[in-house]
Design a protein around this ligand. Structure first.
Ligand code: AMP
Length: 580
């Protein structure tokens, strides 16, 4: 496919206001693509040249882009910036300059693959003279493109290509393209949950069809979308669900780590699948010296621990390790222990289909009792509600968060929340059993004192997984300190959109919309019904949060699709009245 054709699709996608339309346009685009380029197209429509977990960032600031655009179309940097200020978007400014630049060359020739490779090359430049190399290569590329292609290519390195296409939307469209309906979405989703790589899944699907994709296995270096736990109101309900024999483990309050060990190479991924290898050299070394396996994918929870007092440190301490600077110094000061709780892959084999109890046995065979860094999470096989309560009290008095209960015969369900894992947390004050992770959808401009911050209130939503949409659940005006108001404003300005994104479903309009990207942890007194909000809406009535307060930003470890879902809200709504 010619890149100019893809650029036409970008135009259509950009003008779309609803999710169904997005799926429709995308599926047409995919129908016109072949297996050699479908993977690249999947990355490009999300403004990337690699899967999101690979730290390949093209990363060019506005000034360097202005330089490249100027060089491509014989303008000085300042006049490019001036035009950008007028237009409000770099892509639009660059497209206008491309239009004006008279040239005899035929400009619609480059293929999607050629443009992709060129952008990838630009992303990979490093070392001395990087900026100059990036500028000159981008300028050369822009010269060869038609104005519409220029518009969109310029937005890629800036990170401002905002088509709002979520991964589930791409999966729907892939199924539509090949079989005219969404029937293959579950199979595709399963493959995606195992590899987190849309391009890889799309290419395999185009090459081997639905049958081939069913067989997809875990791949070393591609993060697995984590299995998640369900909530239940009490131990008796848990026993009903789990049967007469089940496993219980302490729930550690740190952060999730997935270890991919392949010989001497170790990679770590966070809960939201970011590569965090460089942040935790102590865990990497621990894995290399202590884990007795050639290759393995292990999941665990990392938590700061004081070996002198044998105390687990609170989350606020552990989270200090999630930083980008002074890494070695912090590793000395606040060493981490990883409590391994699952094994998904061992010595070349994907073992996610095997029952939990077998995986646990294998995990025990590669992690020794006297390990210092990578330790086994304690596990007890229990039978009754009383045993659960006893272990729960023990765990809490040891400074832990609560318990995880696990079905003994369950496979590892990548990317799914299900009753194979049930969590019991120390109960929080108030009625709700848990906080709600909301996605920032819009901002209300400030009045009075808040004019200074630019933000008077926030419109937040949750994720409707079935429809792959963000639906509103609350407006938040309190709980933010002045400092937080300023911070929200900074973030919101960066994500500001001129109109409602296609995947947002709302009955109310904020002062301005933002790209759904930032996850906020929100505490509320209660979940109520409301005609204003679209979360779980039936007959015009949805769910809302009563007296919502912002607890903290969660952008570091949650993607918007990892926010609380409508079905979880529904369950929380029902459970709040069943608590004694
Ligand atoms: P939550 O984030 O509240 O839904 O709880 C699930 C999280 O608990 C997982 O993502 C893990 O990071 C963490 N966790 C702590 N201990 C365990 C354990 N023993 N088994 C599984 N997950 C655990």
């Amino acid at each position: 496919m010619k890149f100019s054709k893809l650029a036409q699709y970008y135009e259509k996608l950009e003008a779309t206001s609803g999710r169904l339309e997005l799926v429709d346009i995308l599926s047409k685009l995919f129908t016109e693509s072949d297996s050699a380029e479908i993977g690249k197209i999947c990355y490009l429509i999300q403004g990337r040249v690699a899967p999101f977990f690979e730290p390949v960032e093209i990363g060019m600031a506005e000034m360097t882009i202005a330089q490249a655009v100027g060089r491509a179309f014989n303008k000085d940097k300042d006049s490019v910036i001036k035009l950008y200020r007028q237009k409000g978007n770099f892509g639009l400014a660059a497209a206008q300059l491309a239009q004006q630049a008279k040239s005899n060359k035929q400009k619609e020739k480059l293929s999607v693959s050629e443009v992709f490779e060129e952008i990838l090359k630009i992303a990979k430049f490093s070392g001395e003279g990087t900026v100059e190399k990036k500028v000159s290569n981008l300028a050369d590329l822009l010269k060869k493109l038609d104005p519409t292609s220029v518009k969109h290519v310029v937005n890629i390195p800036l990170g401002t290509l905002r088509l709002g296409i979520g991964d589930p939307t791409v999966l729907d469209a892939l199924s539509m393209a090949k079989c005219g309906d969404k029937s293959l979405r579950p199979v595709l989703e399963n493959a995606y949950n195992k590899t987190s790589d849309l391009g890889y899944v799309a290419e395999a699907f185009f090459k081997h069809g639905g049958k081939g994709i069913k067989e997809i296995k875990l791949v070393m270096g591609k993060p697995v979308r984590p299995a998640l736990a369900e909530r239940l109101p009490n131990a008796d309900e848990a026993v009903k669900r789990l049967g007469s024999e089940f496993a219980a483990e302490p729930k550690f309050d740190g952060f999730r780590v997935a270890v991919h060990k392949n010989g001497d190479k170790v990679e770590l991924f966070s809960r939201n699948l970011e590569d965090t290898t460089h942040a935790f050299p102590d865990i990497v070394n621990g894995v290399l010296s202590e884990v007795k396996a050639k290759s393995a994918i292990i999941e665990g929870e990392a938590i700061a621990y004081n070996p002198a007092t044998q105390e687990f440190l609170p989350f606020q301490e552990t989270t200090k390790r999630r930083r980008k600077y002074k890494i070695e110094e912090m590793a000395q000061k606040l060493p981490l222990i990883m409590f391994a709780f699952d094994l998904l892959y061992l010595n070349g084999k994907d073992i996610t289909e095997r029952p939990y109890k077998e995986r646990r046995k294998l995990l025990e065979s590669i992690i020794k009792k006297d390990n210092k860094v990578v330790k086994l999470a304690e596990e007890r096989v229990l039978h009754t509600a009383n045993e659960i309560k006893k272990f729960f009290d023990e765990a809490v008095s040891a400074g832990l968060e609560g318990l995880m209960l696990k079905k003994l015969d369950s496979p590892y369900v990548a990317g799914g929340r299900g009753f194979h894992w049930i969590k019991f947390k120390r109960s929080q004050a108030g009625e709700l059993t848990d906080t709600v992770d909301c996605v920032l959808l819009g901002v209300y401009s400030g009045r009075g004192k808040r004019t200074e911050f630019g933000v008077g209130g926030l419109l937040v939503g949750v994720y409707d997984k079935l429809r792959d949409e963000f639906v509103t659940i609350s407006r938040i005006g309190t709980g933010l300190t002045d400092e937080e108001f300023r911070e929200v404003n900074k973030i919101a300005q960066h994500l500001k959109l001129s109109r409602k994104p296609a995947r947002v479903n709302s009955k109310i309009g904020p002062s301005f919309w933002v790209e759904p990207k930032v996850v906020l942890e929100v505490y509320a007194d209660e979940i109520t019904k409301s005609p204003i909000h679209t979360a779980g809406e039936k007959d015009g009535i949805g769910y809302a949060l009563r007296f919502p307060r912002l607890v903290k930003f969660r952008e570091a470890d949650r993607r918007p699709e990892d926010a609380t879902t409508v079905s979880e809200v529904e369950k929380m709504y029902k459970q709040q009245y069943r608590k004694k």
